[in-house]
Design a protein around this ligand. Structure first.
Ligand code: GAL
Length: 307
């Protein structure tokens, strides 16, 4: 494989073996100079667990294998084959030394009705992770989700609840394995696909509307405290195809390591009938008086942040 030196949003993204990266609805962990990209392993439709890739430069990705695989031979297991695992996010716990993965879990044969969050742990970044449990956090439905680790180490679970009408933020316990009662609804506007980041002391939350695999218009909300009040800044996408977020849906906003103020908007351009072939839309986040925004860039690299 030839070395990649740029991002090409929407193109096939070959890993170091030449195969299109299979890590949809992804999230990113940065640890000791390496990025770990966790995402949904998909067949054409089927959910096949959680994949993990690693990279030192964000362009070239090495496949590290299946971080969490569905369980074979026990149809009643919460993660039995046939279950759906979506939007995995991993954080490292300094106190316990464990890597903790949260993801959206739907039980085998139950469509999207279970609406659970699930937790798995590992002693190494790439796993394999060990399934711990699944539940509705504090009794609340939990579908599209992300994790956000704040300065100081507090981790928050951000998730679409009450049939996606509420967006909730719940602080996790010190070991990151459970929800706490610090749990609030931040808006009730029928949004999903949350991606949260912090810049200049301000929190930014990007979400999508709810239209399944079809792309729609994103929205950014900002707040000075994670507990709110949150206020809408409207659609962060600008320019042609801004009304469909360039044909994609948010999944994560990645702070580029060692580059103050450099963030990458990560989104999925889903192919609902051929999920494995869904594409990745990575774009630089820009800031001006109107807040944070993203514009389409055909091809770019990290030197973009030097200007
Ligand atoms: C979307 C959601 C995806 C997936 C899909 C299933 O609304 O953002 O993560 O759950 O629905 O149709």
């Amino acid at each position: 494989m030839e070395e990649l030196r740029s991002f090409r949003p929407g193109a096939i993204w070959p890993d170091s073996s030449g195969a299109h990266i299979n890590a949809h609805g992804g999230g990113m962990l940065y640890q000791d100079g390496r990025y770990y990209w966790f995402g949904e392993k998909r067949a054409a439709r089927r959910s096949e667990g959680i994949n993990v890739y690693s990279s030192g430069d964000l362009y070239n990705w090495q496949y590290e294998g299946v971080a969490l695989e569905p369980v074979e031979g026990d149809a009643d297991h919460e993660i039995a084959w046939g279950c759906v695992m979506e939007r995995p996010k991993v954080v490292f716990n300094e106190g316990t030394g464990k890597y903790v993965m949260w993801f959206h879990l739907e039980l085998r044969g139950k469509g999207y009705s279970a609406a659970r969050a699930a937790v798995a742990v590992s002693d190494t970044a790439t796993g394999p992770y060990k399934f711990v449990k699944s539940f509705r956090p504090n009794g609340n439905m939990s579908r599209d989700m992300t994790l956000f680790k704040d300065e100081g180490g507090a981790v928050y679970h951000v998730f679409a609840s009450r049939d996606n009408f509420d967006m909730r933020i719940c602080q996790l316990s010190d070991d990151y394995l459970s929800p706490t009662d610090r749990d609030v609804v931040i808006h009730s506007d029928h949004r999903e696909a949350p991606a949260l980041f912090k810049h200049g002391g301000k929190y930014y939350l990007i979400t999508s509307a709810c239209s399944g695999w079809r792309a729609n218009e994103a929205r950014a909300d900002t707040a000075d405290s994670i507990w709110g009040p949150w206020s809408s800044e409207g659609n962060p996408a600008r320019g042609p195809e801004a009304e469909t977020t360039f044909g994609s849906q948010s999944t994560h906003v990645l702070p580029v390591a060692g580059r103050e103020g450099a963030f990458i908007f990560m989104a999925d351009r889903w192919k609902g009938h051929d999920l494995i072939d869904s594409r990745y839309i990575w774009l630089p986040v820009q800031f001006d008086d109107g807040g944070a925004f993203v514009e389409w860039v055909e091809e770019w690299d990290l030197s973009w942040f030097d200007k």
